[in-house]
Ligand binder design. Structure first.
Ligand code: PLP
Length: 409
């Protein structure tokens, strides 16, 4: 009898985006003349930078010729891209990362989801609350979460680290020993960041407790303020305790192209039951070589193109565009009397909903009164209740119009 991985039955159905879609569809059918502005999704809207398109065309032409055609590439990524990453994403920040510590992949979602495979199921997991749901669900699938308690909307074995306005979205260190800590900075969904000092506390904790930090910096390119680390490896000692995940999705509009990378420093160790040290770089390399056949050559040439001078200018222009949208949203919401967080070093704006509403009620209110779609905070975890996420990825025109509408409700 074929049996399933029953951990999958412990997953909670994610109603968030499907419920939003249903509500929006129902509203549009009933109100066909209303123009709905979508500030809910976390996908980019601007086209790829011209230099990226040029690189895609030229790599495609190479594939057309016998002499330059490429088949399977290295599972870890081509040297031309890994060398650029080492040079521009790390060396310029004074961080020494070696080429073979970089693993190019087809997405930070896959990597943050797949990485759990190389760790023991006995590990205790700590996530922030609210959280990017992949970290939680991939551990539920692996059987590390325990049973779901519907009275508090939490899994019994997961340590939830509350990130709310009261603690400035900077969670307390866990009050019990945890093994795997997920940090996403700049944060999705709250849009907030930690300073170097704040992040140092986590590195220190991980060192003292022999734990590992899984650091998702998918939104690093949005950081504009000083003293906000662009990489966890800016913190001394982090190479011994952290894996870093980076993505070209939001940095360069690659959500549909698919390219990302994961850094596993060679100093990073985890332990067997008997306490023997094991090199995680080797373990992940073994995993990737077994289950992954590399990112397409054309895609990697496209990613490489962003590291040219022109490329850097062009991708910055796109990010500046989104950040200006974020500023407009922050300002518009503040003028309308809302408490607003994030949106300065991230494309996400997190707002406190008026006390009389739950975050779903506020969703309905905004849809009906202003024809604006956002994301209810509770969809990202129980501590997201009472909050709401708007994104800066819409067009400038729609962003301005949305704020006008909120002003006039
Ligand atoms: N990590 C975070 C925090 C995200 O918000 C997202 C996408 O929304 C991803 C990773 C996914 O990245 P990728 O497109 O590289 O899979």
């Amino acid at each position: 009898m074929i049996r399933i991985n029953e951990n999958y039955l412990d997953l909670q159905d994610s109603y968030l985006f499907s419920t939003i879609a249903k509500k929006v569809s129902k509203y549009s059918k009933e109100n066909p003349n209303k123009k709905i502005i979508k500030l809910g999704i976390g996908d980019v809207s601007l086209p790829l930078a011209p230099i990226v398109i040029k690189a895609i065309h030229s790599a495609t032409d190479e594939m057309a010729k016998k002499e330059t055609f490429r088949g399977y590439g290295p599972e870890q990524g081509y040297d031309f891209l890994r060398e650029k990453i080492v040079e521009y994403d790390y060396k310029t920040k004074g961080i020494k990362i070696q080429k073979d510590e970089i693993f190019v992949s087809d997405g930070a979602k896959c990597d943050t989801g797949n990485i759990v495979e190389i760790f023991s199921n006995d590990n205790i997991i700590a996530i922030t609350d609210p959280v990017y749901p992949v970290y939680l669900d991939s551990n539920v699938m692996a059987g590390r979460a325990g049973k779901y308690d519907t009275t508090i909307n939490k899994y019994e074995k997961i340590v939830y680290m509350q990130a709310v306005a009261e603690n400035n979205f900077s969670p307390e260190l866990p009050n019990k020993k945890v093994d795997m800590i997920y940090l996403c900075l700049p944060n999705n969904p709250t849009g907030t960041v930690l300073t170097k000092d704040e992040l140092s506390k986590w590195v220190q904790y991980a060192k003292e407790n022999k734990s590992i930090i899984l650091f998702d910096s998918a939104y690093e390119a949005f950081i504009r303020e000083e003293n906000i680390p662009h990489s966890i490896y800016e913190i001394e000692g982090a190479k011994e305790v952290a894996i870093e995940f980076k993505s070209f999705s939001k940095t360069a509009g690659f959500t549909g192209v698919r390219c990302a990378y994961t850094v596993i420093p060679k100093q990073l160790k985890a332990y067997t039951k008997e306490g023997k040290e094991v090199n995680l770089n080797k373990l992940w390399n073994r995993r990737q070589c077994t289950k992954f056949n590399g990112v397409p050559y054309i895609t990697q040439r496209a990613a490489e193109a962003i590291y040219s001078c022109e490329g850097q200018i062009q991708i910055k222009e796109n990010i500046d565009y989104y950040l200006e949208n974020a500023r407009i949203i922050r300002q518009g919401l503040k003028n309308a009397g809302y408490s607003v967080y994030g949106g300065k070093n991230a494309p996400y704006i997190w707002l406190k909903v008026p006390k009389k509403y739950t975050s779903w009620e506020f969703f309905d209110y905004l849809l009906e009164k202003a024809n604006i779609v956002g994301t209810p905070g509770v969809g990202f975890g129980p501590s997201g209740e009472g909050y709401f996420r708007l994104t800066a990825f819409a067009s400038r025109e729609n962003t301005i119009e949305a704020m006008e509408r909120i002003k006039n409700i």
